[in-house]
Design a protein around this ligand. Structure first.
Ligand SMILES: Cc1cc2nc3c(=O)[nH]c(=O)nc-3n(C[C@H](O)[C@H](O)[C@H](O)COP(=O)(O)OP(=O)(O)OC[C@H]3O[C@@H](n4cnc5c(N)ncnc54)[C@H](O)[C@@H]3O)c2cc1C
Length: 388
């Protein structure tokens, strides 16, 4: 039994000195470099390349890439902290960094051969943006029904099909593309390929005009007999389904981080505004009804953050985390929607116009319940863990 003098386990939200320094430096960067651009990026639905270059300089594009390959050599939890800190200012930048780290770099670290790691990790850490292409027009939740095909010819692979909804599609130079090499084998034919933007037969198609996270590009990819070298198979042929499931299980924690960052951003704005805005002769923050609404939002956000941090720490410690990841995503995305909606209410009419920042965060919050598995699919995962 623990005695009073023994050190107990730290709280989930207690950060090591290194984690706290990292998180603070990312937030300071976001406040200084991203905040002035948020409205313009939302309006023009574009992230300026100089800002992307600064993200690389900051070291948030290759957080888990080993130092030997020019990366940060840090842990998954650091990626979660970075996505949270960035999303507090702009969830579009949050998801750019999230896809790069929790899906693309993560998949290469886990499934890449030494050759793949040597060729691509230094690039991903220093200037190349990655994208993760699983979804298609006909296969979203039922991702393994994908229709993109890969056939071997003349010692290389030829990929044919169309991908839809691909985050970072506009900016990325490297795409993890899932295609089926043997449709008769069903999901056991799915294989992950590393496709460079310049490969023959590859084009980026239409960019979607979206409700939220507008600055983050979401694009169609067109593969017409796209030529991919044999050495660019990621993992084993026919094991792409495993790569997809396992990276998305982890990626979901990143979306949880995006949602708690976004909700914190909305809460920050709301606290500031309600202290300034006066009605009936006093700041509206002095009305108990307003205080209670803010207190409830802060409570829900604290619970969501604990779930996100717990899932990330379980993952880093090699413990089972799949149900916790699904729970943190569904809960934090719902909290984000509620907190941003409350923010609009407490801003009153000013919450409904674009001169103030909260309507955007509410629009941005909706995506958390859709991508990397809709809320219904998260519930399915959780139910399977509980009910077998
Ligand atoms: C902005 C954005 C960015 C994205 N980025 C990427 C990306 O980078 N890479 C990528 O591969 N994909 C990406 N996606 C795709 C995203 O993952 C899918 O949109 C998502 O998985 C849902 O698929 P769907 O849109 O086809 O909806 P559907 O699967 O058609 O679902 C429609 C509705 O039916 C429900 N439903 C479906 N099946 C079931 C079931 N069995 N039980 C109960 N309910 C069910 C869903 O919950 C949902 O409410 C992105 C999407 C968006 C909008």
């Amino acid at each position: 039994m623990a005695t009073n003098t023994e050190q107990s386990n730290p709280a989930l939200t207690t950060l090591s000195e290194d984690e706290a320094l990292f998180r603070d430096s990312v937030y300071e960067f976001a406040d200084r470099e991203i905040r002035p651009l948020v409205r313009e990026m939302d309006e023009h639905a574009k992230i300026p390349r100089p800002l992307v270059d600064k993200l690389f300089e900051l070291g948030v594009m290759g957080i888990e890439v080993p130092e030997a390959y020019g990366g940060g050599g840090a842990r998954f939890f650091h990626a979660v902290l970075a996505v949270e800190a960035l999303s507090r200012v702009d969830p579009s930048i949050g998801v750019l960094v999230d896809v790069q780290n929790t899906l693309v770099v993560n998949a290469l670290l886990r499934w890449g051969s030494d050759d793949v790691k040597r060729r691509y990790l230094p690039r991903l850490a220093s200037g190349t943006i990655g994208a993760y292409a699983l979804s298609e027009a006909g296969s979203g939740s039922d991702a393994f029904a994908l229709a993109t095909r890969a056939a071997e010819r003349d010692g290389e692979w030829r990929l044919t099909g169309r991908k839809l909804w691909i985050t970072n599609g506009n900016e990325a130079d490297l795409f993890i593309v899932f295609a089926n090499v043997n449709p008769e084998a069903g999901y056991r034919g799915i294989t992950a390929f590393l496709v460079e933007r310049g490969f023959d037969g590859f084009t980026v198609g239409k960019k979607e005009d979206k409700l939220g996270i507008r600055a983050s590009s979401t694009c169609e990819l067109i593969l017409e007999e796209c030529r991919v070298p044999r050495a660019n198979v990621l993992g084993e042929v026919g094991k792409g389904y495993k790569t997809a499931i396992e990276t998305l299980n982890e990626g979901r924690i990143g979306i949880g981080a995006q949602m708690i960052g976004l909700a914190q951003g909305a809460l920050d704005h709301t606290i500031g505004y309600t202290r300034e805005r006066r009605q009936f002769g006093k700041p509206i923050a002095e009305f108990q009804a307003v205080q209670h609404q803010i207190a409830r939002a802060a409570t829900e956000l604290e619970a969501a953050r604990l779930m996100v941090y717990n899932a990330a720490r379980l993952r880093d410690n090699g413990q089972p985390f799949v149900a916790e990841a699904a729970m943190c995503k569904i809960f934090s995305s719902e909290v984000a929607e509620r907190v941003t909606s409350l923010a609009i209410n407490l801003f009153g009419g000013y919450g409904f116009v674009k001169d103030y920042p909260v309507e955007k965060l509410w629009r941005d919050s909706k995506i958390g319940q859709i991508y990397e598995g809709t809320s219904n699919l998260q519930l399915q995962t959780i139910a399977k863990h509980i009910l077998g």
